[in-house]
Design a protein around this ligand. Structure first.
Ligand SMILES: [Zn+2]
Length: 430
């Protein structure tokens, strides 16, 4: 049966992921479409009719993991640069103490990672020069791993990277304090390839008041005059405005001022877990209305009030899964099937189950539709994660869970990556 939808943006995504394919998946050139709901019907850059019967997998229950490795999977927030820069972790190796690295992303079927350019709070001065060194580091990786890794600055470069079968990186800055109150520093960030800026981290700065300050310390404020210039400047440059960590007053200032879509790169739902880092229903609706995007954070503290300790459960899972892994080698689909069987049979009653994370995705979908949500793990940002999601090898379980909740292939592809790509294409196309 053909189902016609009125407003679509076509994303022609040429995929050839040979180096990330498992034995039983073979990615081919495909065309995916992202449907926009009536939230944003007037500003489409193209309007076409779409045949939504282009699904590749007829039995999702059986082929959930195949779908995962076939889909473009994007994560919009990761802090691996912190353990790399501060503790000497190696991005190219399977580090025992990091949640992510090239080895884990490959195994987890991730295709695009947005790397957080962030200054730890203990650095009181020279934020801008600090982040320049992090960007240098990303450029070094781009050169060192050029065979398998592409650092992209715009949509075209990203598509070229994916088309070449490479793992792709984007850069997003976290905490507007690094701009040090100077518009020329914002421009330098942009010129060096940074494509989103979180206006604040937990601390307020020259741009705006943070969520933590506003909610816990009674701080008022919103956007400063300089902050208003930054929002206008980012719209002009083609940078995504990231409102994760931003105080609510400043959030509504941004909604009023921004001419482009607004994103929250790593935030969850306040109504499910009332934490100042999370988004209220009204904020979620405003982001959707802007045509934006929310990457759901994997941090248990943002997912669940009184989240349980997951470390003992994860240690057990990790050691058991290691045994399964050796059995299947490079056959990632079979490995995940067996792993999922093990996890289902050994469900823990404590900690935070992955289902709680899926509840946050589901909540956003039910509130505003399926076009505005994705994954923003926050891996390696000093977070602890749901039982089954102990590191970046575990993304496939999210796809399996979405299948179990009854999502269609088209919806799952949107959640896994196409929603962010739609926004990235719209804003970062030069
Ligand atoms: Zn953060």
């Amino acid at each position: 049966m053909k189902q016609l939808v009125i407003y679509t943006i076509s994303l022609v995504l040429f995929q050839n992921f040979a180096c990330f394919s498992s034995n039983s998946t073979d990615k081919k050139v495909t065309e995916q479409n992202t449907q926009i709901t009536d939230k944003k019907s007037n500003e489409m850059d193209s309007t076409t009719l779409m045949d939504s019967t282009t699904a590749k997998f007829s039995n999702l229950n059986k082929d959930a993991f195949k779908l995962h490795y076939d889909a473009i999977v994007v994560d919009t927030h990761n802090d691996i640069l912190m353990p790399i820069y501060l503790q000497g972790a190696d991005i190219g190796k399977n580090n025992p103490h990091t949640q992510s690295d090239f080895v884990k992303w490959k195994k987890g079927g991730l295709d695009v990672q947005v790397f957080s350019i962030y200054v730890p709070e203990r650095y009181k001065t020279n934020h801008f020069s600090y982040v320049m060194k992090l960007i240098d580091k990303m450029e070094e990786y781009s050169a060192e791993y050029s065979e398998t890794f592409q650092l992209a600055r715009n949509y075209e470069e990203l598509m070229n990277g994916l088309n070449s079968g490479k793992f792709c990186g984007l850069m997003g800055a976290e905490g507007g304090g690094m701009v040090e109150g100077k518009m020329e520093n914002l421009e330098t960030l942009y010129n060096r390839g940074v494509r989103y800026l979180g206006l604040t981290w937990n601390t307020s700065n020259e741009i705006a008041t943070s969520a933590r300050d506003e909610s816990l310390r009674g701080g008022l404020g919103g956007l400063t005059e300089f902050g208003k210039q930054v929002v206008a400047g980012m719209n002009k440059l083609g940078m995504l405005i990231d409102v994760s960590h931003l105080g609510e007053t400043a959030f509504w200032n941004v909604v009023e001022l921004s001419k482009g879509p607004i994103i929250a790169s790593h935030s969850c739902v306040y109504n499910l877990a009332p934490h100042y880092r999370n988004l209220t229903d009204e904020q979620i609706k405003a982001i959707a209305k802007s045509g934006g995007y929310i990457g759901v954070n994997f941090f248990c503290k943002f997912l669940q009030t009184n989240a349980g300790n997951t470390s003992a459960i994860q240690n057990k899972y990790k050691s058991e899964v290691k045994k399964i892994e050796t059995e299947f080698g490079d056959d990632l689909v079979s490995f995940n099937e067996k792993k999922y069987e093990y996890l289902t049979e050994n469900k823990s009653t404590g900690g935070t189950p992955i289902d709680v994370l899926i509840d946050h995705i589901d909540y956003i979908v039910k509130l505003v539709g399926v076009d505005y949500v994705g994954l923003g793990s926050d891996f390696d940002g000093s977070i602890y994660t749901p039982n089954e999601l102990y590191d970046a090898t575990c993304y496939p379980i999210i796809t399996k869970k979405l299948v179990e909740r009854g999502y269609t292939e088209e919806d799952i592809r949107k959640i896994l990556g196409l929603n962010f790509l739609r926004v990235f294409k719209q804003v970062c196309n030069k």
